[in-house]
Each structure stands twice: as structure tokens, then as C-alpha cells.
Design a protein around this ligand. Structure first.
Ligand code: LUZ
Ligand code: MOS
Length: 778
């Protein structure tokens, strides 16, 4: 079944926040944000802005009717800066005007005087100075300390990954409308309507039942709207609550890029120990997470880094420590993979380093250490592995030995162009690591004409979750999909929702839908049995017809629904689902946090132009563990999108903040994202269909986040290409491998020579300065 939104998408009829018809009297907001990354506010001059044409009001922290606090996990984030600013882009004031243009024009007239304070942008520096968001966390299995002696090979190194801009096509925004009795209705581009409701409740002081949050769909979220949609909703709702008028704010691209957080950059140290059979027997890793100025979701992201720090490998002795470091950058936040990719990059770097030093291909080490069923993850959960199956299928899919030989032959024949190949296995745990969030609800109404409406806590953000929810309803009732409508996500219909995140949205909300539909179905069957005077157990609904003992009864879906209604039996149900069997002890760092794991293996081939430093991804061939996919078209879309987004993170996308904490890559002219030309020339996706039972909806495993991590393979394929051009080059494990960085890595001797020349010129310059007065005397 194709995505139910494809029709309105292609016709441009799909409604996003900025497409909602505005109510008469709507005002427009625009934010004045800090131009300085850290400092004390000495003076804020709003006079000119307040007198600017069309301006109705300028709000600051002084106008907050509730509390000036929007921190989700830790209350450490002000909505409006009060005495201090902590990052460039921190909201200081909000202009409300008759038009969007007038609001933005007035923002430019606000003057602020800030006494500068020291700025930290580097997580290691923050850790050194004790600037931590939460105390360090450690996950541990076995005994590393006593194992190093038994290792035949030990390698140490450092690995760095940069941030990533979410670049959802629809920017952040909100639209708040006042209702009677103090109610505020909020349209928000959020992955988490309940998070918005809570944040608005705190800031306005209004109880949650006075706040209705409604979301039809998002033009992408990728984690960027899991927590950070709250700010804009809180700003608009506060203005609406004070002014009793509708207030809308749809951020411009540059406002969005400047004011919102991104994927967390990490800097990490590793030590890896192998025995003579190339089994990894010890691994020690320390992560420095660049959290930005406040916690946001950083502690949860940090935890998932620890969960995934051994990727798809069984390592019996591991000690992993993670620091969440406070810096003067916008608070970094959830991004597809949620810290997992950052952890996985480091173990892959450690393996690549070992392979370099031992003079072998990394896949030999990778393959020997793959997780097997019955192994234990470092957090105590028993492994049910598809790692070997995916690996073996991927190896034969692309005939790895032949492919490697082809690469070697090509490299032998070509001086300017070099190819590289890498294997990237993945393993990703499905469930919110915070156990209580693994719950969902669905509200199903069957109308008397046989049509059905379903509401859940799931947010449609392009990932196709509404199509999957619709499939669940149609399948349980065995009715035509056209009879089913998926409603918008609304806090008055579905309360206390978890964010649409952690790849778990279709599982959790799909299962809640299954619960609700199954309950209605059993009522319908009872009515049919009564009417047809047979046992309930022989009733079956198939293709909108009622069957008894496999024989058409003459009763159809519409008649059954009407009969049920006539008997005064409810055609509605509110279903509730919680993932069974999961638990986690945060103090011990042990438990069974995940419903299941998703596996896969990707093989990436690249070609590098060694004169220019530019490159192409020739192919990515992968085998992915779908369980039993309930919608192949949608799932393939998620794999392709995730893969390309991962390749972007690893190769092109470079978030650059200067020493003053100002974002230099603040537009699409300076921040390069993958376009159609960066897409691998060939993508082959093979399904690992398994018959095993699992906790996924219809056994169709979660597919949102895992494929992003296939993109890590591109980094290592490029690195291998560089090394076949110049074996003396040992490219740092420092992503992204941009063309510029790649070029420098091709010619490390020349770079060194240039550095030496530059250095000696520096020395001469200082000597000249020093000697010139004396020279004058002579
Ligand atoms: N969000 C969250 C997530 O709050 N908890 C998680 O475990 C998670 N994992 C992936 C993506 N978002
Ligand atoms: Mo997410 S990173 O699943 O919002």
C-alpha cells in the first residue's frame, strides 16, 4: 500500500503549520535572540521596537504568567534570558505585530548591552572546567583492568564526530488561538504534543486541560522537534494568553538554523585490546558530549551512546564512561539515532585503527566479533542476534571478495582515482530507554455507515506512520482502507502521549490501535453470533463480509455495524498498550531496556578523485532486518532516506561555530547537505525476512533510525580509498570527511611541509619585529 499522503503531497494540498487558514485578528511574532554566546545582560532597550509600526506588544521574561522554565529532563532552561545569555540565538524578547514583516522589522530595532563572559565551545574544555550537565555515567561489563595483560594487541586513539543540522523542510513554528474559558488551542509543528502542552502549561500557568495541542503532520522532524518545538509554542501561547488574540510564528530558515540545537558533536578516546585470534577482549571508551548551554534531551542521548557503544559486537570486558559537557552553544538535541551513531563511530574507528596497524582489512576483525544469540549486551540484556545472518547475506549479495579484488585492480591501474570499500554492520535497540515512555493509546470510532476514524499519539512527519496505523485498522476489521480515516494528533483525543521518536511510534501506537480494534471486533463478532445463532468462535470477518465456519453468512460489514448500534453496544474504544517485559536499573546500568533489536549490514564502495579531493559513493548494498515488513514501499523509503542522511553527516555536513560561539554555517550556502548527486549511484536493499516472533507491530520491525548508521560506512570507505592512494596517510577519525579534509589527508607530507614553512615564516616575522629597532640604530 502506498503512503496515504502521496496524493495530497504531490498535488501540494497537504496541510502543514503555515498552510492552516488564519483566523481574523491573527498577530505575528518574531524573536529577538542573543547576539552573544555568553554574558550578563546590562541593558535591554525595547523602546524603538515598541514604537515601531504595527507592533502590539514586546514580551520579555517579565511578562511570563507562569514560570520562566522549559527544561524537559532538568529544569535548567529559561524560555527568555533573564540576567544572563548562554548561547547565540537564545530568545531574549518576542515582538508581536500586525504582520510578519512588521514583527521582524521591529526585532531589528531592539538594542541589548551585554557584559561578555568567557565562552566555551569545546566539550573537553568544559569537562576540564567541571561544566557538566549531569554527573558522568559509566556502563561496565566484565573486568577491563585485568584483561589488558591478556591482550596481544592494544591500540589507543581518538575519534570525533561533528553535529548535524536537522534541516526538516518545514521549519519550526506554532499558531495559538484563544478560546472561551481561558482555553488556548495550539497548532504546533511538534513530534510531541504532550511536551508542548506541558511546556505551555508551565510558562503560562494554565492547567493542561485548558491547552489543546493539535498536529496534522510535520514536514520532517528527525528529532529536532522532539523537544525543541516547545519554545515556539510556549512563546505563541504566552502571547495569546496575555493578548487574547491568535498569535502565529513560523520561523525563517536562518532563524531556525541559528536558534535551535543540532545533533550532539562528540569527542572520544578509545583503547581496544585484541587477542591473537583477533577477538576483541577489552574496550575502554570515554565520550565527551557537546551538550550546549542546557540539558534538553542530552542525558538521554548520552545514555543511548553508552547502550550502543559496542555496536554489533560482543566484547566481554568493557568500561564506557560518558560526560555531558555544558558549552555556550544552542542546546543540542535528539537527532535520528539519538547518540547511538556517535557511539558506533568510535568502536568502528577503534577497529579501523587496529586493522591499519595489523595490516589487515577491518572486516576480518568485525566479522570475528559479531553478536551471537545468547551473548550479553554490556547493559545485561540477552542477545537475540540477526547480525551473522545479515552479514553473511550482505557478503554474498555483493560478493565481497570479488568486489575487493575489483577495487584493488582498479587502484592498481589508476593513479588519479582510487576506490575504497567498507562493511558496516549495525545493531539498534528499539524502545525508549526511559521505560515509562513505552506506552501509547488509540481512540477508534466506527460510525453507523461503516466508516472508521482512528486517533493515536503518533505524529505523521513523513515517515508514513499514518499509513501503517490505517493498515492496522483495515486489517483487523478486514475492511477496505478507504473506509478508514486517520485523524490529526490531538491532546483532547489522546492524552499524555510519548513523543513520536525512538523509531517506536508505529509499534506503540499501532499496537494500541490493535488493542482498540480487537476489542470492537470481539463485540461485533458477539453480535453476529447472536444474530446468526452460532458460536462466536466460528465467526470471521473477511473482505467486509461475515463468514460462519468459512461460509458466507449473507451479513456484511455495514449490516453488522448497524445491528450492533441498534443493540446499543459501543462502536468506540480507547486502547492502551505498554511494551511488556522491559525494565532498566539506571544505577546499576543493567536490565532489559529494549523490546528487540534491529540488525543489518551495508557494504559501501566509493571513488575518490585524488587530484581534487572530491568523491562519489558508487554503491551501497545492504541487507536489513525488517522482521516481516508490513509496508515495503514505506520501509524502503526509510532505509534510503536514513542512509543518505547518514552519508551526509559523515561526509558533507559541517556545522561550524567560531570561537565566539557564532554559527558560521548558518545558511544553505555555507552548510552543504546531500542532494541528488550525493546519493549513491546504486542502492541495493535486500530484505532479511524472519519468521521469528518479536514485539513489533505485525512483526514488522521499527525502521526509522537504524538505517542512518549505514552511512558511517561511507567514512571508512573513503578512508580506505585515501590509504590506497597514500599508505603513509593515517587519516584522523574525524568526521565529516569533507572534500577539503580528504584532500589534506591525501597529501599529509605536503601538508606537513607547508606547516613547517608557515611556522618558519612565523618565526622570521617575530624575529624581524624583535630586531627592527636595533636595526634602526645601526
Ligand atoms: N527519545 C527519547 C529518543 O526520549 N528516548 C529515547 O530512547 C530515544 N531514542 C531514540 C530517539 N529518540
Ligand atoms: Mo528521535 S532522534 O527518534 O526524535
Amino acid at each position: 500500500m502506498k503512503n496515504i499522503d502521496s496524493y495530497t503531497h504531490t498535488r501540494g494540498e497537504s496541510v502543514y503549520l503555515d498552510d492552516i487558514p488564519v483566523v481574523a485578528g491573527t498577530l505575528y511574532a518574531a524573536c529577538f535572540d542573543s547576539p552573544v554566546a555568553h554574558g550578563k545582560i546590562i541593558n535591554l532597550d525595547l523602546h524603538a521596537a515598541e514604537n515601531s509600526p504595527g507592533v502590539v506588544r514586546v514580551l520579555t521574561h517579565k511578562d511570563i504568567t507562569g514560570i520562566n522554565q522549559i527544561g524537559g529532563i532538568i529544569p535548567d532552561e529559561e524560555l527568555f534570558a533573564e540576567y544572563h545569555v548562554h548561547f547565540c540565538g537564545m530568545p531574549v524578547a518576542l515582538v508581536i505585530a500586525e504582520t510578519e514583516y512588521q514583527a521582524r522589522a521591529a526585532v531589528k530595532k531592539i538594542k541589548i548591552e551585554i557584559e561578555p563572559l568567557p565562552i566555551i565551545t569545546d566539550p573537553r574544555e568544559a569537562a576540564e572546567k567541571g561544566e557538566l550537565i549531569v554527573p558522568p555515567r559509566t556502563f561496565k561489563i566484565g573486568e577491563c583492568d585485568t584483561t589488558w595483560d591478556q591482550c596481544d594487541h592494544i591500540f589507543v586513539g581518538r575519534a570525533d564526530t561533528n553535529g548535524q543540522e536537522h534541516l526538516y523542510i518545514e521549519t519550526q513554528g506554532a499558531y495559538a488561538i484563544p478560546g472561551e474559558q481561558g482555553v488556548v488551542k495550539i497548532y504546533s509543528s511538534t513530534q510531541s504534543p504532550t511536551a508542548v502542552q506541558r511546556a505551555v502549561s508551565k510558562v503560562t500557568g494554565l492547567a493542561m486541560h485548558l491547552l489543546e495541542v493539535d498536529v496534522t503532520r510535520l514536514g520532517g522532524g528527525f528529532g529536532g522537534k522532539e523537544d525543541q518545538a516547545n519554545t515556539w509554542a510556549a512563546l505563541c501561547a504566552l502571547a495569546t494568553h496575555i493578548l487574547k488574540r491568535p498569535v502565529k510564528y513560523s520561523l525563517s530558515r536562518m532563524e531556525d538554523i541559528r536558534m535551535t540545537g543540532k545533533r550532539h558533536p562528540y569527542s572520544s578516546d578509545f583503547k581496544i585490546g585484541l587477542n591473537k585470534d583477533l577477538k576483541i577482549i577489552a574496550y575502554e571508551v570515554t565520550f565527551y558530549q557537546n551538550a550546549g548551554a542546557s540539558a534538553d534531551l542530552s542525558p538521554a542521548v548520552l545514555e543511548r551512546t553508552l547502550f550502543h557503544c559496542t555496536n554489533t559486537y560482543f566484547i566481554p570486558n568493557v568500561i564506557a564512561t560518558a560526560y555531558s559537557c555544558r558549552t555556550n552553544l544552542p542546546p543540542n538535541t535528539a537527532f535520528r539515532g539519538f547518540g547511538g551513531p556517535q557511539g558506533m563511530f568510535v568502536i568502528e574507528s577503534a577497529i579501523a585503527k587496529a586493522a591499519d596497524e595489523l595490516g589487515i582489512d577491518a572486516d576480518i576483525i568485525q566479522q570475528r566479533n559479531l553478536l551471537q544469540t545468547g551473548d550479553e549486551f554490556l547493559y545485561g540484556q540477552k542477545v537475540v542476534s540477526e547480525a551473522g545472518e545479515c552479514w553473511n547475506k550482505a557478503i554474498s549479495l555483493c560478493n565481497l571478495e570479488a568486489a575487493k579484488k575489483e577495487v584493488a585492480d582498479f587502484n592498481l591501474k589508476n593513479d588519479q582515482y582510487k576506490k575504497g570499500i567498507s562493511v558496516m554492520p549495525i545493531c539498534f535497540g528499539i524502545s525508549f530507554t526511559n521505560t515509562l515512555m513505552n506506552q501509547a493509546r488509540a481512540l477508534v470510532h466506527v460510525y453507523t455507515d461503516g466508516s472508521v476514524v482512528v486517533s493515536t499519539g503518533a505524529i505523521e512527519m513523513g515517515q508514513g506512520v499514518n499509513t501503517k496505523i490505517l493498515q492496522v485498522v483495515a486489517q483487523v476489521f478486514s475492511i477496505d482502507p478507504s473506509r478508514v480515516k486517520v485523524n490529526s494528533t490531538n491532546t483532547y483525543r489522546i492524552a499524555n502521549t510519548s513523543p513520536s521518536a525512538a523509531s517506536a511510534t508505529a509499534d506503540l501506537n499501532g499496537k494500541a490501535t490493535l488493542v482498540a480494534c480487537s476489542e470492537i471486533l470481539s463485540r461485533l463478532k458477539k453480535v453476529a453470533a447472536d444474530e446468526l445463532k452460532v458460536e462466536e468462535s466460528v465467526i470471521e470477518l473477511k473482505d467486509e463480509l461475515v463468514f460462519t465456519n468459512g461460509i458466507k453468512s449473507g451479513m456484511n460489514w455495514e449490516q453488522l455495524v448497524l445491528t450492533t448500534f441498534a443493540k446499543r453496544i459501543s462502536l468506540s474504544e480507547h486502547g492502551h498498550y505498554t511494551t511488556p517485559g522491559i525494565h532498566f536499573d539506571k544505577v546499576a546500568g543493567k536490565g532489559h531496556p529494549f523490546a528487540y533489536h534491529v540488525y543489518g549490514t551495508a557494504i559501501t564502495t566509493v571513488t575518490v578523485d585524488c587530484l581534487r579531493g572530491i568523491y562519489e559513493v558508487d554503491s551501497v548494498k545492504l541487507v536489513h532486518d525488517f522482521g516481516s515488513s508490513m509496508n515495503r514501499v514505506i520501509d524502503i523509503g526509510q532505509i534510503e532516506g536514513g542512509l543518505v542522511q547518514g552519508i551526509g553527516w559523515m561526509t558533507l555536513e559541517e556545522v561550524v561555530y567560531d570561537q565566539e560561539g557564532r554559527l558560521r554555517s548558518n545558511a544553505l550556502s555555507t552548510y552543504k547537505v546531500p542532494d541528488i548527486y550525493s546519493v549513491p549511484k546504486e542502492i541495493v536493499i535486500e530484505f532479511l525476512d524472519t519468521q521469528k516472533d518479536n514485539l513489533a507491530i505485525f512483526r514488522s520491525k521499527a525502521v526509522g533510525e537504524p538505517p542512518l548508521m549505514y552511512g558511517i560506512g561511507a567514512f571508512f570507505a573513503l578512508r580506505n580509498a585515501i590509504r590506497s592512494f597514500n599508505l603513509l596517510s593515517k587519516p584522523a577519525f574525524d568526521a565529516p570527511m569533507t572534500p577539503e579534509k580528504l584532500l589534506l589527508n591525501l597529501y599529509p607530507e605536503k601538508v606537513d611541509a607547508i606547516k613547517r614553512v608557515a611556522k618558519s615564516e612565523e618565526i622570521r616575522e617575530t624575529e624581524m619585529e624583535y630586531t627592527s629597532p636595533a636595526a634602526k640604530v645601526i
